[in-house]
Design a protein. Structure first.
Length: 202
């Protein structure tokens, strides 16, 4: 476990100049916690659960993880049950967010709640061969930068869900697709509690 605890002071504990940050590389049950104003700055593509399962990241209590404009993947390869929780903290500056990144990447989740904020730009992708992957966006702003948005695009891609609850997903182009091939069943897009989903007029 790595804990970045700012002791109640924003920037009171800082981990910086990190390139790619991986929590769980072929090894499961690892944990990263940033809390009480702690700060993490990374600058290359990062992953939670790279061919490993049951890894967790928690961004709590005014803590921040800034990805420096790099991609974030939650669940890559044979990876299940990896969880990113943004509970009162900020997960920001993401370029492309992937939930489930390969065959066997199932039941991975990103949950933004209790005033947490998620900020990023570029595509959001769900595993085309995975099931049960979830994003709950309870706050923040995501700019899809004229990318399309799809949930359920492969024959085994089922029971995946995006919930926009209080946050905003904007600038969707070329439409929204939910379940677009045989076997892509029970996928969901839910907009509730003041959440907004905004498309670009073509």
């Amino acid at each position: 476990m790595l804990t970045i605890d700012g002791g109640g002071l924003a920037g009171g504990a800082v981990v910086t100049n990190v390139a790619a940050f991986t929590i769980g590389y072929f090894a499961g049950n690892n944990e990263l916690i940033a809390t009480n104003g702690g700060r993490l700055y990374s600058a290359a593509g990062s992953a939670v659960g790279n061919n490993s399962s049951n890894n967790a990241v928690g961004i709590f209590s005014n803590a921040l993880w800034n990805l420096g404009g790099a991609a974030l993947t939650n669940g890559s390869g044979g990876a299940t049950g990896n969880v990113i929780t943004v509970d009162g903290g900020i997960l920001t500056n993401i370029n492309t967010l992937a939930i489930g990144g390969g065959l066997g990447a199932n039941h991975n989740s990103l949950i933004v709640t209790n005033g947490g904020q998620l900020f990023g730009a570029n595509a959001i992708t769900f595993n085309t061969n995975g099931y049960g992957n979830t994003i709950v966006m309870g706050g923040g702003f995501w700019n899809l930068t004229n990318n399309p948005f799809a949930i359920g695009t492969g024959p085994n891609s089922s029971n995946n869900t995006l919930t926009v609850s209080g946050g905003v997903v904007s600038n969707i182009n070329a439409g929204v697709s939910i379940g677009v091939t045989n076997g892509a069943n029970f996928n969901s897009l839910i907009v509730t509690s003041g959440g907004r989903l905004m498309a670009v007029e073509s």
